[in-house]
Design a protein around this ligand. Sequence first.
Ligand SMILES: [Zn+2]
Length: 154
Amino acid sequence: MKIYIESQVPNITSTDAFQYEVINILNFPRGWGKRHLWERTKIKLKADYEINLVTNKYITNKYGKKFNMLSCAEVGGRHAYINVERWTNGSVESKLDLPNYKIYVINHEVGHLLGLNHPTDDELQKIPPGSPCPVMVPQTSGVCPHHLIPNEWL
Ligand SMILES: [Zn+2]
């Protein structure tokens, strides 16, 4: 998979730094690296997907107030937008520390690009207690069910 990665907030995180972290997360064998080889491209037209680091204001302007402080991606689409507020500060609600939160948010949003939706409550209730929370649960908002353990990997 070819991926175009850019920071639109270079005063906070440079594109180089963002690219480095994202591509390492994507190619890790416990993440989407088990399904695909991920390569950076500097040419948008050659990319299968684009991941942009953007401000919270960019996300709420584009997708509305319900996405305040969230990252988002189009299911089966081309673009993922990572919220720099979360990339910098993480999510207390997720119960993941910042390095693990970053892994989580990339794996989650890229899962959407690959066509995955959030699991239903019924699907989550069938998972045995003490299991890892599926990465496609929106853990940023702290909605991982109590019987599951916060989890950043596939
Ligand atoms: Zn989601």
